[in-house]
Design a protein around this ligand. Structure first.
Ligand code: 48F
Length: 342
């Protein structure tokens, strides 16, 4: 019997390779015979017989072992092996998700909405070392980026946003003076990828239906599965606490709306209420989005189209520089407001 060392790549919790033991085939066996493993699992040996014992011995050397194990594993999977246990799969998912969600119940910053401004804010906050999570009601993260302009999956960015794009290792394509284009799928996936790498925790399929109020400030969120509101079920939500909430919910400005409708509070806007989004004026709207980004009520910040909806800014369509800059400003403002850069 030759013990097969654990695969150095996949070793760790949940590794499928722990405690494998290969039986050396007796002389004269067909090279593709099936050989049982001791313990719970069975294995198919793919290595030709004459080389088998040297291959098996070679497996004691980690570098070679890794490759040999992978080949064996692939073969085993092709043959429909029973190494996977469905209950273990379920337990792994449930335990990991519960840990992730439990960890997110007390946050520095809770971001609502997975569009460009929310993702960029999440990136910079996570990069500054803050405990930050983003909640998106829909299945996919990315909000309005995916669809480009009218489903043409390209979008436009301006010179000013190039510093953010380079932070994300994105090089936009020059179109003409002052105009660059980006593949919208590429932008979406890269923003998500880099924000998560920086440490942003992302929860899709969770919708925010209310805020938590403490001492006359927004102190958290009331959450439920996105599908619960879609189906109109009467199911009580769960709650999390956050030092700051960012309303990045786009045109609907959902979080600010619920705060105003339920609490009748006065916002830091011209009218004290939600002024409402105006029609299209792209150049004006782009600078307004950044200017309008900030705190509108103690503990509550707005970014992106939500900022323009709350303050009464114009819309801009598929030009995204302002959205990216708004996310960056939201993060900076929140850090300046109370969290600090440390
Ligand atoms: O609208 P959205 O992409 O937000 P944004 O960052 O960017 C706006 C642009 O996409 C575009 C534009 C650019 O020129 O005008 O519209 O302002 O993404 C907002 C996300 O928030 C989610 C919603 O599903 C979308 O993905 N969302 C909205 N309400 C809730 C929510 C809620 N109550 N809970 C969770 N997610």
């Amino acid at each position: 019997m030759i013990p097969l060392e654990p695969d150095p790549v996949s070793t760790g919790e949940g590794s499928l390779y722990r405690s494998f033991i290969i039986l050396v085939p007796p002389n004269g066996h067909n090279s593709k015979s099936r050989f049982p493993l001791l313990g719970k699992t069975a294995f198919f040996i793919l290595i030709p017989r004459p080389e088998f014992s040297s291959a098996a011995y070679a497996c004691l050397v980690p570098e070679v072992c890794s490759g040999a194990q992978k080949r064996l594993w692939q073969y085993y999977m092709i043959r429909g092996g029973k190494m996977l246990n469905e209950v273990t799969i379920s337990r792994a998912i449930i335990e990991r998700y519960m840990k992730k969600l439990t960890d997110a119940l007390e946050l520095d910053v809770a971001i609502v909405g997975g569009g460009p401004s929310g993702l960029v804010a999440g990136y910079y906050l996570a990069k500054a070392g803050k405990k930050v999570a983003l909640f998106e009601r829909k299945l996919s993260i990315g909000g309005g980026i995916w669809g480009g302009g009218m489903m043409f999956n390209e979008l436009v960015v301006q010179e000013e946003s190039k510093q953010i794009l380079s932070e994300f290792d994105i090089e936009p394509l020059y179109f003409e003076e002052g105009y660059y284009t980006l593949d919208s799928v590429y932008l979406t996936t890269t923003l998500i990828h880099k924000a998560m790498l920086a440490g942003l925790k992302v929860f899709n399929l969770i919708g925010i239906e209310d805020v938590v109020m403490k001492d006359a400030r927004v102190a958290g969120l009331v959450m439920n599965w996105g599908a619960v509101s879609t189906l109109g079920y009467h199911i009580d939500p769960l709650t999390l606490h956050a030092k700051y909430v960012l309303d990045a919910t786009g045109h609907d400005a959902d979080i600010t709306n619920v705060l105003v409708n339920k609490m009748g509070v006065r916002l830091a806007t011209e009218s004290g209420g939600i002024v409402g989004e105006k029609s299209m004026d792209a150049p004006v709207a782009e600078s307004q989005t950044v200017k309008n980004t900030g705190e509108v009520f103690p503990g509550l910040f707005v970014s992106g189209m939500a900022a323009n909806a709350v303050h009464g800014g114009y819309r801009m369509g598929p030009v995204f520089g302002g959205m990216l800059l708004s996310g960056q400003k939201a993060a900076e403002d929140i850090l300046l407001e109370g969290l600090g850069h440390g």
